[in-house]
Design a protein around this ligand. Structure first.
Ligand SMILES: NC(=O)c1ccc[n+]([C@@H]2O[C@H](COP(=O)([O-])OP(=O)(O)OC[C@H]3O[C@@H](n4cnc5c(N)ncnc54)[C@H](O)[C@@H]3O)[C@@H](O)[C@H]2O)c1
Length: 435
């Protein structure tokens, strides 16, 4: 074993969630219930998974917390920002994800979580009309106000460390523009010049978090930290960043199923993915400019798994389509259909159909817990910049596209990266041995 350099997880860990909607309240309620012993954090890697460390007679299977020092659920303290003023209890009831029996036992704790005023610009999410919004003249004012919020929260709640995670609505698509997003100087200048076209509100949250020495995680498909200027800020402040877009239902299935086709050297002609969902996320995504952000994120998966340039006969002509349809009666109970057209020996076609009746926020909540706890481990291990080992949890993992780096989307490769990072931080050798 090598020397372990992860500082112990002492004291309280503040978790500031941007957005107090379905995902955020399902996550927070679940943690509060779990630490009372009233619910189980199912689906969370940090709470359930065991990793093999060592080989041969020294081989052991350990929980993550027994390999690296990790914050205990009892040490988490929650805060949030939202465009709507409802507290976390009201927001959880409104979201209709959880039953009353799973909310009422932690009602008082949830009621105490009142969203701070949001840094918001209606042009970025036209379907939202809440008024719990900061009165800021410029984007730079937003950064300053958010920094003050983080400092106040940390002091008020007596936190030793804080992680900021975005679980707010998907913004309209802001494409990477080298004239504004390449260097930190450019980004800062655009914020000070109040350039509302190139600076999304989410960038102000990320900027504020990093300057306050908090890791930042982007759970929506927004480009926010997926730009070189933010990588520079993360390096400068020695803070981890991760994103983007929680990998919950359909893309989880895709990143786990596409490797079957690829490993078996079957051909892939087309993959049509469609969804219906009726929560507020679905309402925001019903706006074409917001859906485009999601579409770009969801489409990135297949190419990097199948690698068409290496196998043009099998993957040279894949037709990949993703649709999301807003359908209120289903609320958070999303239904996804995948039609996969494959071909085999001598090109004969076959079809696979997958119908996933899932619960969006139930799948997302454990990802927030894992991303928060593992980002906090990363800080204490001295890791900063893009955290590729967290790709496992994300639909469109960050990578240095300026250097032609490809994202890893294959779920099983991502799992190896996750396990190896934890082994390394715990002082063990990384390896790819099959268990
Ligand atoms: N549930 C899933 O499976 C899943 C998977 C991947 C990504 N996501 C993403 O997670 C996010 C949250 O999803 P949800 O179902 O909780 O949505 P939601 O609409 O219930 O909650 C989002 C909240 O964010 C608030 N908000 C919007 N802009 C804000 C801003 N600038 N500052 C502060 N608050 C702001 C909204 O008022 C809303 O209450 C969405 O972007 C969604 O695309 C969800």
């Amino acid at each position: 074993m090598k020397e372990i350099n992860v500082k112990p997880a002492e004291g309280r860990l503040g978790v500031l969630v941007v957005g107090c909607g379905a995902v955020a309240t399902t996550f927070i309620t679940g943690v509060l219930m779990a630490r009372k012993g009233l619910a189980k954090p199912i689906g969370s890697m940090t709470q359930y998974d065991k990793i093999r460390v060592g080989h041969g007679v020294d081989k052991q299977y350990l929980h993550y917390k027994d390999i690296v020092s990790m914050a205990d659920l009892r040490d988490l303290v929650f805060g949030t920002w939202d465009v709507y003023p409802q507290n976390a209890y009201q927001a959880a009831v409104y979201a209709e994800v959880l039953k009353a029996k799973d909310i009422e036992p932690v009602r008082d704790e949830l009621m105490a979580i009142k969203p701070m005023k949001a840094a918001f610009d209606k042009n970025y999410a036209k379907r939202l009309d809440g008024d719990n919004v900061k009165d800021c003249k410029t984007r730079w004012d937003m950064v300053e106000a958010l920094r003050a919020d983080i400092r106040d929260f940390k002091e008020r709640e007596q936190c030793d460390r804080v992680v900021v995670i975005w679980a707010a609505s998907t913004e309209i698509f802001v494409p990477y523009d080298a004239a504004y997003h390449k260097t930190l100087d450019q980004l800062q200048a655009a914020m000070k010049a109040d350039d509302r076209e190139h600076i999304a509100p989410s960038m102000c949250y990320a900027y504020a978090a990093l300057e306050e020495r908090c890791p930042f995680i982007m759970g929506a498909p927004n480009t926010t930290v997926d730009i070189p200027a933010m990588w520079e800020l993360a390096e400068k402040t020695h803070m981890p960043i991760a994103g983007k877009d929680f990998k919950t239902g359909q893309t989880l299935v895709k990143s786990g199923f596409a490797p079957i086709i690829k490993t078996r050297n079957l051909g892939l002609a087309g993959w049509f993915s469609t969804n219906i969902l009726g929560n507020r996320d679905g309402l925001v995504l019903d706006e074409p400019a917001n859906f485009h952000t999601k579409e770009v994120s969801k489409l990135s998966t297949l190419e990097t798994i199948c690698k068409p340039e290496e196998q043009p006969d099998l993957y040279g002509n894949i037709y990949h389509k993703v649709r999301i349809n807003y359908y209120p009666p289903r609320n958070d109970d999303k239904e996804g259909w995948d039609n996969i057209d494959i071909f085999g020996w001598m090109g004969y076609p076959m079809q696979i159909k997958i119908n996933f009746l899932c619960r969006d926020s139930i799948l997302a909540a454990p990802l927030l817990l894992d991303l928060v706890l593992l980002s906090d481990v990363a800080v204490r291990a001295g890791r900063y910049g893009i955290q590729r080992f967290l790709s496992f949890f994300l639909k469109s993992p960050m990578h240095d596209f300026t250097q032609g780096e490809e994202a890893v989307n294959n779920l099983f490769e991502q799992y190896t990266m996750l396990k190896n990072a934890i082994r390394e931080m715990g002082g063990y050798e990384p390896d790819e041995e099959i268990d």
